[in-house]
Design a protein around this ligand. Structure first.
Ligand code: IYR
Length: 222
């Protein structure tokens, strides 16, 4: 097993306490502005922005540095069309047959439904896949660790990076989403995690008036 060389962590920056407080506060203020939108503009976004946001996501902490993720970025109108058709099929089944009433009740306030025009309208769809195992150059299986945790963290960082760049996202979770492998030509060691819709919000878009839990509700200091 190869051993890493250890180097001084010269990229680390410690901020003076007052600056640390300001940075934490302003980062929260900026992240608080992030909202999921369900209507996207068809305006194009430079590929370079998407690439840098994916590179940022790829810096996520992960099990044994296996980096068990793949980001399949869809630009092709033809693939978007196929994804929309497949997702709408599954979602129709979800909204009209499979979803239990309490789940539908919880979703009602967000006005979601089985129609997914954003899958064709947004300039980018990013299929996020988790590698349940890796394959080496000779096709042998290699173990990955904490795959869901790793991919979940990377996805959060991707959403944050995209927001920071001034783009909106929608975390779309078609269920089941096995069709993503076929439509996006991904191998069987990759499991679809979610589909991230990326672009500018449609003009005049509205978002539900939701509230976030308070610090006391989401944390305890013991
Ligand atoms: N996957 C469906 C339903 C859905 C589920 C949850 I939980 C949401 O927060 C939003 C939607 C869909 O994408 O429409």
């Amino acid at each position: 097993m190869k051993k890493y060389q250890f180097l001084p962590h010269s990229d680390y920056i410690e901020y003076p306490v007052e600056e640390m407080k300001d940075r934490a506060k302003s980062f929260y203020a900026d992240l608080k502005r992030r909202r999921t939108v369900r209507d996207f503009s068809t305006r194009s976004v430079p590929r370079e922005v998407i690439e840098n946001c994916i590179l940022a996501a790829g810096t996520a902490p992960n099990g044994a540095n296996k980096q068990p993720w793949h980001f399949a970025v869809v630009e092709s109108a033809d693939i978007k069309k196929k994804l929309r058709a497949a997702a709408e099929d599954e979602e129709h089944d979800f909204y009209h047959r499979r979803a239990p009433q309490d789940w539908l009740d919880d979703l009602e306030q967000f006005a979601t439904n089985e129609h997914k025009p954003f899958l064709e309208e947004a300039p980018y769809l990013i299929g996020i896949f988790s590698e349940s195992y890796a394959l080496d150059d000779s096709g042998n299986k290699e173990k990955n660790y904490y795959v869901k945790e790793s991919v979940g963290i990377a996805t959060g960082m991707l959403i944050t990076a995209l927001h920071n760049a001034g783009l909106a996202t929608l975390t779309h979770t078609p269920s089941p989403m096995g069709f993503l492998n076929e439509v996006m030509s991904r191998p069987e060691n990759e499991k679809p995690f979610l589909l991230l819709v990326v672009g500018y919000p449609a003009e005049g878009v509205e978002v539900p008036d939701i509230k976030k839990k308070s610090i006391n509700e989401i944390s305890s200091f013991i």
